[in-house]
Ligand binder design. Structure first.
Ligand SMILES: Cc1cc2nc3c(=O)[nH]c(=O)nc-3n(C[C@H](O)[C@H](O)[C@H](O)COP(=O)(O)OP(=O)(O)OC[C@H]3O[C@@H](n4cnc5c(N)ncnc54)[C@H](O)[C@@H]3O)c2cc1C
Length: 475
């Protein structure tokens, strides 16, 4: 940074210190850099290094920060654990990084049948807290040990959970508290059991891609936990497995809570890392739920009836929880296993076909990178939330590729993702709709759809202060 920029760093940091106190602002170069990086391995460009990192503890402080940012025309980038996978957390110009991680309080109101929590709460911890009282958190990303509630609310992702089983997390969010880009504070939704009919302001923020406000609290209905019954089914190929999943829908089966896929090559890596004998083929593992043990088992058996019709190699009914946990781990942390076992960087895409074309899409995703100029020669793997008709093909990128080459490779993957999702008729179900997916959005919904979102953003955030870059889709 030149002299003028250094003076700006000092002046912005000093103004932020007056708002949140000395200890919650950093202008140290190291911290500014690490607080702007995300899951992508390539380094920040100079123009992406932020001026300062601020860690407010209260909504009133966030309001003051946003008022200051508007006055000075400095962008503000909101950040939880920065584990979002489509590039939304990485800034693309100088600005202020606003970490929400000190907002981490939660309170359970059993007599009202909801809980409230702040955006910095870690997803897995929230699940644990309400789990102790017999409730289930309808959010289950593979990153739950570190992802924060704020990030999941912005993307409305329930991740491993099958949408058609219990819905998406947004279906349980009764309201949020937000600081708007101009600093105004607003509460949405209800504390009653009946959800608002007509205009529900909550919907602008849940799944709002972090464009319209900083979420400082969410209120979620308490969902009683279920009884569970588990199974694994192995096939000689992913087409038969995908046809089995199609049958669940066509034969009107009760959809499992979670239902995952690994192709044979991927499953072999996961099984080996967990010290299990190699699987006989592609595998699906699933978790059926019910109001009693018998009810859950009855539902599992109905699912198995459909899956068996596609001639699996092996059907494994799982009663032993250690066995289930080991199998689940092979899938849940497969992305880390793939990176660890290869010494390369795993990068997946998310292809969402419609139900009719699931078998074709699954087969094509086994060769996802075929013919790509940069990534075509790399190893391709396939896993996914198959019950939710969601596929994660991906590749291992060498760590010694230079930064610009890696950026280009990741852009190529998102282009391929867009091409296949358009071909098969779905849309992104987990990592938001913009950032590296902007070109998909424009192709899918046209300039009219894109202008619609842009005009809402402009009305609420005329100076484009909050999270600029997400809607523009910078590379
Ligand atoms: C190993 C691994 C496994 C993963 N598995 C899954 C998975 O199974 N399913 C899935 O969907 N995702 C998965 N993810 C992606 C990621 O964990 C989720 O998208 C998660 O929701 C992001 O949470 P975060 O705290 O990291 O948010 P961040 O990345 O910090 O933020 C995400 C976006 O939300 C905005 N934001 C965050 N908090 C707020 C707030 N309070 N107000 C306004 N805007 C805000 C940010 O500006 C950013 O645009 C995985 C990631 C990894 C690394």
């Amino acid at each position: 940074m030149d002299e003028i920029e250094s003076a700006k760093v000092e002046s912005i940091a000093s103004s932020l210190r007056k708002i949140v106190g000395e200890e919650f602002v950093s202008a140290a170069l190291f911290e500014r850099i690490v607080s702007a990086e995300d899951t992508y391995p390539y380094m920040l460009r100079e123009e992406e290094v932020p001026y300062a990192v601020v860690m407010p503890g209260f909504k009133e402080e966030i309001s003051k920060i946003l008022k200051f940012a508007n006055k000075e025309n400095v962008p503000v980038f909101v950040r939880g654990s920065a584990s979002q996978l489509a590039g939304s957390t990485r800034p693309h110009t100088h600005g202020i990084i606003l970490s929400i991680n000190r907002l981490n309080k939660m309170k359970i109101f059993e007599d009202y049948n909801f809980f409230e929590c702040e955006p910095g709460c870690v997803v897995g911890k929230v699940a644990e807290e309400i789990g102790r009282l017999g409730y289930f958190l309808p959010i289950h990303p593979g990153s739950q040990a570190f992802a924060r509630i704020g990030g999941t609310v912005c993307n409305n992702t329930s991740a491993h959970l099958v949408d058609t089983s219990i819905g998406k997390m947004g279906d349980y969010i009764m309201g949020v508290e937000v600081v708007l880009p101009n600093g105004d504070i607003m509460e949405t939704g209800t504390k009653g059991m009946r959800r608002p009919a007509g205009t529900d302001l909550t919907k602008f923020f849940v799944g709002g891609d972090g464009l319209l406000g900083v979420i400082t609290k969410m209120r979620m209905r308490l969902l009683p936990d279920f009884n569970h019954a588990y199974a694994a089914v192995y096939y000689s190929n992913v087409r038969s497995l995908a046809q089995g999943v199609q049958r669940l829908y066509y034969e009107k089966r009760p959809m499992p809570l979670m239902m995952e896929l690994m192709d044979e090559k991927t499953a072999k890596v996961g099984f080996e890392v967990k010290g299990l004998p190699p699987p006989p083929g592609a595998v699906t593992i699933f978790d059926s739920i019910g109001y009693s043990k018998e009810d859950a088992e009855r539902r599992r058996d109905l699912v198995l009836q459909s899956l068996k019709a596609e001639n699996p190699l092996e059907v494994e009914v799982i009663e032993d929880m250690d066995r289930w946990r080991a199998l689940w781990a092979t899938r849940e942390v497969i992305s880390s296993f793939l990176s660890q076992s290869s010494g390369m960087q795993w990068k997946s895409a998310e292809v969402i076909p419609n139900l009719k074309y699931l078998p074709d899409a699954a087969e094509e995703c086994e060769h996802f990178n075929q013919g790509l100029p940069i990534c075509g020669s790399l190893q391709n793997y396939l896993y996914g939330h198959i019950g939710a008709v969601s596929l994660h093909p991906g590749i291992l990128v060498p760590r010694d590729w230079d930064g610009e080459m890696q950026r280009a490779a990741y852009t190529e993957l998102f282009e391929r993702e867009a091409e296949l999702t358009l071909k098969y008729g779905g849309c992104g179900g987990e990592w938001g709709q913009f950032s590296k997916r902007k070109s998909f959005f424009v192709r899918r919904y046209g300039e009219v759809g894109y202008e619609f979102v842009k005009s809402i953003k402009k009305a609420i955030d005329p100076n484009n202060i909050l999270n600029p870059g997400i809607l523009e889709g910078y590379r």
